[in-house]
Design a protein around this ligand. Structure first.
Ligand code: GAP
Length: 489
């Protein structure tokens, strides 16, 4: 059986081979931890975005969306705490010249202890690391690396620099005059664009607390080590929602959103056992509660989404730094206050990766006297880049024309692909590999009685159906995802 590591490698090469993801600037040897989405990738990504937007904005009367700019006033990042404390502890190996996150090196050591059954050592090191992280004790982290004889995976040596803080924000200059140019930052999260628009949206939308503002957009972080493909990137996309509530009610809403968000993930059908909650040991400076929804990637359970109770920290900070009031008048309480905020923040690229990893399958097919392997992307049907492939059995006898007619009637609603090249079996396999849930084959009988065969990706079953029935079948099978997400009022 293929190891998880092998499966991950296969998913990565499948993404490239079938036009889902390419290394950015590949012909110039690439740019580290930056990726481009190809012709199938962009469709899958847009479908995930739509699924999130529908579940959050369309299904909730009290949530609206915005699209704020990537560049924002530099004071915003001072107010949010990102200029001073959005750091990771880094360490360099002097021999290999490789740079690492110090906490990552220590966590790997903990995993090694656990794998060897040295649970006491693992527990003690976990406690020591947690303490160092809580106290931002860089020297303490360095001492743990030395004490536990942690070596560089490349050089194998323990010739380390001291541990230093590394700010993760990318800065750039705004303004044409070099003397007066100002440093501004590429946003490291989309959330701040929501906070600074809180009153604009509340007033113009006549929103009543509790209400939410949602946003999908790019975020940028100068990650020290960026690895595991699109899991940790320097340019990525977030889908975030800030839910504004009465002070004192935040824990109720925190629980509510934890449940709702888990349901959203589960409705994709990637498998219940692949998800778990993880409680944060070290709370960010703005939070009074935080949990992650983790997903079991081939490289282990890792964070996919964060649900944070952010108190009134951000709005208070922006009030203070901007000098503008960011308060809400609550007509029921007859009182002004700065709302508390519960945030849900999920990585779009990580969701994409989870979907790809869980959907990639190699199946042995026994065909008469030979066995072969079918590579199939068993994507949730509603997320598939191509929903219906239309395949004329032959390139003659009026079959292409009939197939085009069917395609024209379906393409208003569904993304369709027309394919007449190669034998029909090859075309089925090509569509399996990109996750197309339905293939419609047009043959000579179609011309006689207006029926086609529909082939289902997962079962490979085929049935003969009237052309008129195609749309109903496709519509029914594509409903699943959104239907299972319960509405919040
Ligand atoms: N506004 C809160 C916030 O940004 P976060 O936990 O730092 O919280 C939220 O990020 C989500 O964004 C993560 O759960 C993850 O899915 C995604 N994310 C964060 N850094 C990422 C990176 N370097 N590459 C890809 N996705 C990332």
């Amino acid at each position: 059986m293929a190891s998880q590591e092998d499966i991950f490698k296969k998913v990565v090469s499948h993404c490239k081979e079938y036009g889902f993801i390419f290394q950015s600037s590949e012909i110039y040897d690439g740019l580290s931890a930056i990726y481009d989405y190809g012709q199938n990738g962009v469709e899958l990504k847009n479908n995930i975005k739509n699924y999130w937007w529908k579940a959050m904005v369309q299904f909730n009367e009290n949530i609206v969306g915005i699209d704020s700019a990537i560049f924002m006033h530099p004071k915003i990042w001072k107010a949010s705490g990102h200029v001073d404390s959005f750091n990771d502890p880094m360490i360099d190996n002097k021999d290999s010249k490789k740079r690492y996150r110090a906490d990552d090196l220590i966590e790997n050591k903990i995993a090694q202890y656990e794998n060897k059954g040295k649970t006491d050592k693992a527990k003690k090191l976990t406690d020591d690391l947690t303490k160092c992280l809580q106290e931002s004790d860089l020297e303490g982290m360095y001492n743990l690396i030395v004490e536990h004889e942690i070596a560089c995976p490349f050089s194998g040596t323990r010739n380390w620099t001291k541990v230093r803080q590394f700010n993760l924000m990318f800065g750039t200059q705004m303004g044409s005059d070099v003397e007066e140019a100002e440093t501004i930052y590429l946003r490291p999260e989309t959330a701040q664009g929501i906070f600074v628009n809180f009153l604009n949206v509340q007033k113009t939308g006549r929103m009543k607390i509790p209400f939410g503002i949602a946003q999908i957009g790019k975020a940028f972080r100068n990650e020290i080590i960026a690895r595991q493909f699109i899991f940790r990137m320097r340019e990525f996309e977030q889908m975030e929602m800030q839910f504004f509530v009465r002070p004192g009610e935040e824990m109720k809403w925190f629980e509510h959103w934890k449940n709702e968000r888990l349901k959203w993930h589960l409705a994709m059908g990637l498998g219940e056992s692949k998800y778990r909650f993880h409680v944060h040991e070290k709370l960010a400076h703005y939070a009074n509660a935080a949990e992650d929804i983790q997903f079991e990637f081939p490289f282990g359970f890792k964070e996919m989404e964060g649900i944070h109770s952010r108190t009134n920290f951000d709005l208070n900070q922006h009030q203070q730094f901007s000098g503008k009031k960011l308060q809400y008048f609550d007509p029921e309480l007859n009182q002004n206050y700065v709302p508390y905020v519960v945030e849900t923040s999920v990585g779009l690229d990580r969701t994409f990766l989870a979907v790809m990893c869980a959907s990639y399958k190699e199946e042995e097919i026994v065909n008469g006297d030979k066995t072969d392997v079918r590579v199939v992307l068993a994507l949730p049907a509603f997320l598939a880049p191509v929903k219906v492939a239309i395949l004329p059995l032959m390139k003659k006898d009026g079959l292409p024309e009939k197939a085009r007619q069917i395609m024209d009637s379906l393409k208003q609603e569904y993304s369709c692909a027309y394919d007449e090249k190669d034998a029909i079996g090859k075309r089925y396999r090509r569509n399996d590999a990109i996750g197309t849930p339905f293939c419609i084959t047009v043959d000579h009988q179609t011309l006689e009685d207006n029926t086609v065969t529909i082939r289902y990706r997962d079962s490979m079953q085929q049935e003969r159906i009237p052309i008129d029935a195609i749309e109903n079948i496709v519509r029914e099978k594509l409903k699943v995802g959104v239907k299972e997400v319960k509405l919040v009022v």
